[in-house]
Write a protein that binds this ligand. Structure first.
Ligand code: SF4
Ligand code: SF4
Length: 479
């Protein structure tokens, strides 16, 4: 809404032949804008302030989430679909696969886009990592600072790609036993990273969703920021090695509120604000790990969107399916599809977009253009991810009551009836189209805010990718 107001205001002001109607519209816009655009400090709400200032915050929340993680890992341990049961349907009936892949994963994408790294506030992995750190100190392990190349996010890109490859090739999202191993793997890595490295090393260098949360959550509406009063140096008590008095981005802030607890009231704020605040810092050129992450996820999300429209998925997967058939390796089809979606498609798509931009006069190298495209395209990709997440959630969530009421029965059943989805695919598609339109506007605005001298054709990749996503989502509605 703010974006629309900004645009209308600018268009009207730019127009020298502004008529009386437009002048009136400007007045209304100017009256409304401050009310809508204002930041709201949640610490001004007594109940929230009291809760956040308690020493137990956010540890208690993380402990509860850890109990759920462990329970789901135990429940899924060694469980495979009974023979004759469709693996995908079985995954929807098992509480662990259902809650992890059908609820938590899509919800994390939505929460990240809307509220930044809010999930990090309750994440159990940080708790386990901190416990690993204390255990390491207790037994005298020499805990080192995280090497720069790991802190840059290079390992995270690899781990995220590995998880998506395992989803494509081994279907870890459909097999409870593999989901259990996935959870145990996360908890174990968090503990060892904490034991061997200092300063929230797992979050900064190993958490597989760290880049997703930091990239998707950049424009999130929840943010820890310094207050208007001068913030003293004692606020520099950030376990993530950030500088809270100068914080101007959601990218690395885990919203743990330790800086809020460490200083006087009014020095740090927990803001609820409009998306993509103009006051945030911006980089025109994304770092390489972020660029590679957005590239990879753009291909993966394109594939995910086509899965709701079988004809489109058939076209998308033509090449890897053909190769698997030619080689006579049906077992490799899923892995080839993963490599196709995560590597070949994004590389081809981004190279083609960069080549067109160069033909249109951009002077940067192909790599330089990829870095410029990454942040605006992340806005579009994140909304594509949200749309697919919603489609998944509305079809998986109806299984939840039965799965929670009597998991043993659901697990043993070979003839699980599919309850109707919470929303029709057409409704989800319409919501997705609306989100895409908003995302495309925000992405174009991000280009301009990050670089006032951006190339006139810089929005082209945003338009192409939003158009491609919109076409696929339109297929959901019309098929
Ligand atoms: S960065 Fe990852 S491990 Fe750390 S709090 Fe966030 S989600 Fe949890
Ligand atoms: S800046 Fe504050 S809220 Fe953010 S991670 Fe550091 S201590 Fe936590």
């Amino acid at each position: 809404m703010i974006l629309a107001l900004d645009y209308i205001t600018e268009i009207v002001y730019d127009n020298r032949n502004m008529n009386r109607f437009a002048a009136a519209a400007v007045k209304v816009i100017r009256m409304l804008a401050p009310a809508v655009d204002g930041d709201f400090d949640l610490l001004g709400v007594p109940a929230i302030r009291v809760a956040i200032l308690r020493r137990e915050f956010p540890g208690v929340l993380r402990l509860c989430a850890l109990a759920v993680f462990v329970a789901l890992a135990v429940l899924a341990w060694g469980v495979f679909a009974p023979s004759g049961v469709n693996a995908k349907l079985f995954a929807k009936t098992h509480p662990s696969t259902l809650l992890i892949w059908g609820v938590w994963w899509p919800a994390m994408v939505w929460v990240a886009v809307l509220f930044g790294r809010l999930w990090c506030m309750v994440c159990p992995l940080e708790l386990v990592s901190a416990a690993g750190g204390r255990a390491g100190e207790a037994i005298g392990l020499p805990r080192r600072p995280l090497p720069g190349w790991i802190a840059s996010g290079a390992v995270i890109v690899g781990l995220y790609a590995l998880i998506q490859l395992l989803v494509a090739g081994a279907h870890i999202n459909r097999v409870p036993a593999y989901t259990s191993l996935f959870l145990i793997g996360l908890l174990t890595t968090a503990m060892f990273a904490g034991a061997f490295f200092r300063d929230r090393a797992f979050c900064r260098g190993f958490c597989p969703v760290g880049l997703l949360l930091g990239t998707y959550g950049r424009g999130g509406m929840l943010a820890v920021r310094p207050g208007p009063r001068a913030v003293p140096a004692d606020a520099r008590t950030c376990p993530s090695l950030l500088n809270p008095p100068k914080l101007d981005s959601n990218k690395d802030c885990l919203v743990c509120c330790k800086c809020v607890q460490a200083c006087e009231p009014g020095h740090m704020r927990l803001l609820l604000r409009a998306p993509f605040s103009q006051r945030d810092g911006r980089q025109a050129d994304a770092p390489w790990p972020v660029t590679l992450f957005v590239m990879l996820v753009s291909g993966f999300v394109t594939w995910e969107l086509t899965t709701e429209w079988p004809a489109a998925e058939g076209i998308f997967l033509t090449v890897p399916v053909f190769i698997a058939a030619k080689l006579g390796w049906p077992w490799a089809a899923g892995w080839l599809e993963g490599v196709w979606a995560l590597v070949v498609v994004p590389l081809s798509m981004w190279t083609a977009l960069a080549a067109v931009l160069r033909l249109l006069g951009a002077r940067e190298s192909v790599g330089g253009l990829w870095r410029k495209m990454a942040v605006p395209l992340a806005v579009v990709v994140s909304v594509g991810h949200m749309s697919k997440g919603l489609a998944k959630f509305v079809s998986w969530a109806p299984f939840l009551p039965e799965a929670l009421r009597d998991p043993a029965k659901a697990i043993a059943s070979k003839a699980v009836a599919s309850p109707p989805a919470l929303l029709s695919l057409s409704t989800v598609g319409l919501a997705g189209l609306g989100l895409l339109l908003a995302a495309a506007c925000y992405a174009v605005r991000e280009i301009r805010l990050a670089d006032k001298d951006a190339h006139p054709w810089a929005p082209l990749p945003v338009i192409v990718l939003s158009g491609a996503f919109a076409l696929i989502i339109l297929g959901w509605i019309l098929q």
